[in-house]
Write a protein of this length. Structure first.
Length: 211
């Protein structure tokens, strides 16, 4: 069995990390897998999971401490219970996480992307404007990298979303539903335009209606 957050022989890189789409389910494939408050082996451990724990993929992977990390939510009734945290995915062909291959009907994650370079990604279909946009960016280099994101609908000019330098610690943030209400063009199909040399991940999250 693989061990959580190992010292891996060889030089696996971001391309060796298993890829999961935000909103889909995965299960753990390693005993004692750590759930951490932020991505990174030195971050606070929230809990540890056994094999076959079911997780909802929220965002990632982001490459930190020579591992690819996913934001996940607890998706089963078994102990231990937790709300949300980050887990290392390991590397193919024997990763710490494996796909269940389907999305639960109540998944709040509408779609997301992750990479280590610039590009245009999408589209993601936003069913309504009760949506948030979450992001995280990091660098393994000593030099600061810049992280820039615009969002664009099928028509109209791109809308400024994120502009931030990223230094020694990962930077993260969230655009609230007010941002989407103020930009009517960001409905239906939305594209994500990234300019960055950071390692980064983004996701769209549907906000439940108030009862």
């Amino acid at each position: 069995m693989p061990t959580p957050e190992p010292s891996v022989e060889g030089t696996p890189g971001p391309d060796d990390v298993p890829r999961f789409t935000p909103g889909l389910l995965a299960i753990t494939n390693a005993p004692g897998l750590s759930v951490r408050s932020r991505p990174g082996t030195a971050q606070r451990r929230i809990t540890q999971l056994g094999v076959d724990a079911e997780l909802l993929i929220g965002m990632g992977p982001i490459w930190i401490d020579d591992l690819g990390w996913y934001l996940v939510r607890d998706a089963d009734d078994a102990e231990p219970e937790f709300g949300e945290g980050w887990v290392a995915a390991g590397f193919e062909p024997d990763p710490f996480l494996i796909s269940r291959g389907f999305a639960p009907e109540d998944s709040p994650f509408l779609g997301g992307f992750a990479d280590t370079t610039s590009g245009e990604f999408g589209p993601v279909r936003l069913p309504e404007r009760r949506v948030t946009f979450r992001w995280i960016a990091a660098t393994d280099d000593e030099e600061v990298c810049n992280f820039s994101v615009d969002l664009s609908g099928d028509s109209g000019d791109p809308v400024k979303a994120v502009r931030t330098p990223v230094g020694a610690f990962p930077a993260s943030g969230e655009l609230a539903p007010d941002y989407f209400r103020a930009n009517d063009e960001l409905s239906g199909r939305v594209f994500v335009l990234v300019q960055s040399e950071c390692t980064w991940a983004v996701t769209f999250v549907q906000v439940p209606r108030r009862r």
